[in-house]
Design a protein. Sequence first.
Length: 196
Amino acid sequence: MNGDGYDDVIVGANLFDAGQVDEGAAYIFLGSATGIADGSPVNAAAEFRSDQEGSNLGVSVAGAGDVNGDGYDDVVVGSDRFDAGLSAGGAAFVLFGSSSGVPNGNPATAAMRFYTNQINGNIGYYPSGVASAGDVNGDGYGDAIVRAPNYDSGEAGEGAAFVFLGGVAGIEDGTPLSAPAMIQSKPRGSATRSQC
């Protein structure tokens, strides 16, 4: 995440309390010639937290590759109970790497914010609520997948996953309606139905 040639680690702590009950947090620990040092959240290179009670930030975390092509790897953080106007709609946030790593922050300072357009959509839900998609369109920018297991798109609770494309400005803010691609599960009643 800081381009020093060492792999780094992102850790989610979705029940972390820092002024708000179960607000959650994600921590970045930078690699070095001696690895990653033992420690606690206070030893992290960066802290990203929701500042919202019960939002479960950090329930899913992932490396996103380099979504804006600046030469530094970026990360994506899920918060499946985040309320951006819709109860438990959930959210995902992209944080850009840089020469100093990922900065401390909160949803307002994230490089990208993805919110659901449905109550109880549970965007970013564990497990695998957020993930790297590699470079699905071959443009040289990393892309990301965001999972919403209770998303309704014609069938109640069928679930979906959304693909967001990187670019020179990174991944743009959005909702499921602005996602370049949506992957749906089978509808209820199907013999092969599975929740996304």
